[in-house]
Design a protein around this ligand. Structure first.
Ligand code: C5P
Length: 237
């Protein structure tokens, strides 16, 4: 299932490689986050890419434009397929990321990476947003940052399932929306730290281009069976 991305939130590179192999044909890509990357480095990304996996390198770059451009260039060199930055880094930072992604891909003669921005982290509520000086409702800020992301030329955003419909309406059908926080239905595991959740089929119906699933698959006793159940449900949607 092309639209199912699996978050490899595990402790070692060997475990990540094993999981990715076990999910072959079911996962449309695997996500390497800051923990695994900090532990195992770019070599793990290259090994996953060499094994034929699409890698979503979720390091959420947020720095001055020149530094983000260099980081995106380095990410392209690992073979990453999808890369994240923070939209709150602003227009110039995001445009620098797009240019760097295109230039690096051209030099390597590969397709440019999908560049995706994080709008407002799902751990931030209205009070926390106000604490950093943003006084409008979270949803308004999310949609405004999604529009900034589109205007900067990026491919899309990461968004909670509850934000997908509003972003789709504001940014159009071509915009990529990557949705974590998948729970319920075939993706069991209620009662963890994800608060704003939706089932896999509903998330696709709400307009997600890709869904990101971690623990409901990687913590299952049979990850392949868990991924299969989620993929079946998504296919119905
Ligand atoms: O285990 P779970 O399904 O909650 O994993 C979701 C993945 O998506 C994790 O890697 C988490 O860090 C990531 N993520 C998220 N919410 C965001 C952005 C990323 O859950 N807003």
């Amino acid at each position: 299932m092309d639209k199912l991305l699996v978050a490899l939130d595990v402790e070692t590179g060997e475990r990540a490689l094993q999981l990715a192999a076990d999910l072959r044909g079911l996962a449309g890509g695997v996500k390497v986050g800051s923990r695994l990357f900090t532990l195992e480095g770019p070599m793990l990304v290259r090994r996953l890419v060499d094994a034929g996996h699409r890698v979503f390198l979720d390091l959420k770059f947020h720095d001055i434009p020149n530094t983000v451009a260099q980081a995106v260039d380095a990410a392209v060199q690992t073979g990453a397929w999808m890369i994240t930055v923070h939209a709150s880094g602003g227009m110039a930072m995001m445009q620098a990321a797009v240019r760097a992604g295109r230039d690096a891909a051209e030099r390597r003669d590969v397709p440019p990476p999908l560049l995706i921005a994080v709008t407002v982290l799902t751990s931030i509520d209205r009070e926390a947003l106000s604490g950093v000086g943003v006084h409008r409702p979270v949803m308004d800020h999310v949609v405004a940052l999604a529009q900034l992301t589109r205007d900067a030329g990026l491919d899309g955003v990461v968004a909670s399932p509850l934000e997908t419909t509003a972003i789709r309406r504001a940014c159009g059908d071509e915009f990529t929306i990557v949705t974590p926080g998948i729970r319920g239905a075939s993706a069991g595991l209620p009662g963890d730290d994800q608060a704003r959740t939706m089932g896999p089929a509903d998330a696709i119906r709400a307009g997600a281009t890709y869904i990101v699933v971690g623990r409901p698959i990687i913590a299952a006793s049979d990850p392949r069976a868990a991924a299969q159940a989620i993929a079946c449900e998504m296919a119905v949607a």
